[in-house]
Design a protein around this ligand. Structure first.
Ligand code: THU
Length: 135
């Protein structure tokens, strides 16, 4: 299993590549996949604000696009005084692939927080077509 040091390094490197000219809030994420590979992602903002994507979902998209669908751990790197918790949309997206994900969020200044994804999203939306009347 990859150590947290590697995950944190990849998250910090991803944060350095963030494109966040509108918020000025760069975010880096690193996902550890079931085979031990580590894949990073950063937030990518857009002049049309809702078109931007969070670092966590960028990492999920990169991972799934390269054949990874199971994740064990996530490291998140942000600046500022407090470590950031993943936003609600990212929690739901992470839940799709990693219901037991362990998360560490940290800042370069040394602040740190830990959660399990289940703690952050105890009641995810689950789509069951049969229960919605679909054929
Ligand atoms: N952001 C993330 O990358 N991840 C989150 O979980 C919350 C927010 C980004 C989106 C936007 O580029 C900036 O942080 C400010 O909201």
């Amino acid at each position: 299993m990859t150590d947290w040091t590697t995950l944190r390094r990849v998250a910090a490197e991803a944060m350095a590549r963030a494109y966040a000219p509108y918020s000025g809030y760069p975010v880096g994420a690193a996902l550890e996949c079931a085979d031990g590979s580590v894949i990073g992602g950063c937030n990518v903002e857009n002049a049309s604000f809702p078109a931007g994507i969070c670092a966590e979902r960028a990492a999920v998209a990169a991972a799934v696009s390269t054949g990874h669908r199971q994740f064990r751990r996530l490291a998140l790197c942000t600046t500022g005084a407090q470590p950031a918790a993943p936003c609600g949309v990212c929690r739901q997206v992470l839940m799709e692939f990693a219901p037991t994900l362990d998360i560490v969020s940290f800042t370069p200044g040394g602040a740190e927080a830990r959660w399990s994804l289940g703690d952050l999203l105890p009641a995810p939306f689950v789509f069951r077509p049969s229960s919605h009347g679909a054929a």
